[in-house]
Design a protein around this ligand. Structure first.
Ligand code: GUN
Length: 311
């Protein structure tokens, strides 16, 4: 249920939306605050489990090469681990690293009892085969949910480790009581990291799901049919007001660095946030939307995998 300000009745709001007129107070879906709540509860859970487990949970994030954005993401993940009591076993490799060395590293981490989660930061340098590498991760430690076993479990709606970003989107929609069942959901992007698992999770929640991508024709017509629009394409501010139905819920997964008109570096999403704010009923900001949720779910997956060892 989307809550509107008291000054406008549902009836008036509906009329405004039909006319395509302003909705100047959309709900801002605050990923930072929601992620903070998740992390606080994980921290407490780790504290209570540690004496039974005899060790803290452990996460290994592997970074290959010197992509600056990836380095920032990995640093954020490690900082988040430190804050809630997860030990980091991260390693950084030069861009020239061979596939076999990474496979050996993953095999060693699979055997390491202190490690509950393994994540290979994507994208990898072009000479490496990411999909093949992900197959080497023990599915029980696959906290990114990208191993074929975990993606297969998702297709079958079975419990298992699930991709962090789409799981973060679902958690945020739940936090804000946004109804999914019966809604038209459009996911723009078809990666295994976001687009495909996102579509499956929305389908599991009974949405009618369309996946659009770079070869889709009449893309803006498709996005305009969405009650819930998720964009994960990595194109700065591609989604403008003409692409969105009034009253839609807009989830921006893109994180793009641009240089603004004053020559300063700035992070923006796939969505033109300011242009869409008056139109949609709810929207995620960038930064502070899905980014922090991805990290929180990664930690949640690591603690889940840790907890499985008790059984
Ligand atoms: N690169 C950007 N986001 C992610 C993520 O969630 N997981 C991995 N493995 N790589 C990423």
């Amino acid at each position: 249920m989307i809550h509107y300000p008291l000054s406008t009745t549902h009836y008036q709001r509906g009329a405004l939306l039909i006319l395509g007129m302003a909705n100047d107070t959309p709900k801002i879906l605050d990923g930072k605050v929601t992620a903070r709540t998740i992390k606080a509860s994980l921290k407490a859970e780790i504290e209570s489990l540690q004496s039974r487990m005899g060790r803290p949970p452990g996460l290994a994030v592997l970074l290959v090469g010197d992509d600056p954005a990836s380095a920032v993401y990995v640093r954020n993940k490690q900082k988040a681990c430190d804050r809630i009591g997860i030990t980091s076993f991260g390693r950084t490799f030069p861009a020239s690293t061979e596939q076999a060395e990474l496979e050996d590293t993953i095999h060693a981490l699979n055997q390491d009892e202190r490690v509950d989660g393994i994540l290979v930061q994507l994208p990898l340098p072009h000479h490496l085969d990411a999909v093949a590498l992900l197959h080497h991760i023990d599915p029980r430690k696959d906290v990114d949910g990208l191993h074929a076993t975990n993606l297969g479990k998702l297709v079958r709606s079975e419990m298992g480790l699930r991709s962090c970003t789409p799981e973060g989107v679902m958690a945020l929609l739940k936090e804000y009581d946004i109804e999914i069942s019966g809604k038209n959901a459009v996911v723009v992007g078809r990666s295994i990291l976001v687009g495909k698992p996102m579509a499956l999770m929305l389908l599991e929640a009974n949405a009618t799901v369309t996946i659009a991508h770079s070869r889709s024709q009449n893309l803006s017509e498709i996005t305009r049919s969405a009650d819930i629009l998720v964009s994960a394409v990595g194109r700065p501010q591609m989604i403008t007001s003409e692409w969105v139905k009034p009253g839609a819920v807009v989830i921006d997964v893109g994180i793009n660095r641009i240089i603004d008109h004053e020559g300063k570096g700035k992070l923006v999403g796939d969505v033109d946030f300011e242009a869409l704010k008056p139109i949609c009923s709810a929207i995620t900001p960038v930064p502070g939307g899905i980014g922090p949720m991805t990290v929180a779910i990664l930690l949640q997956n690591t603690v889940w995998s840790y907890r499985q060892k008790i059984a």
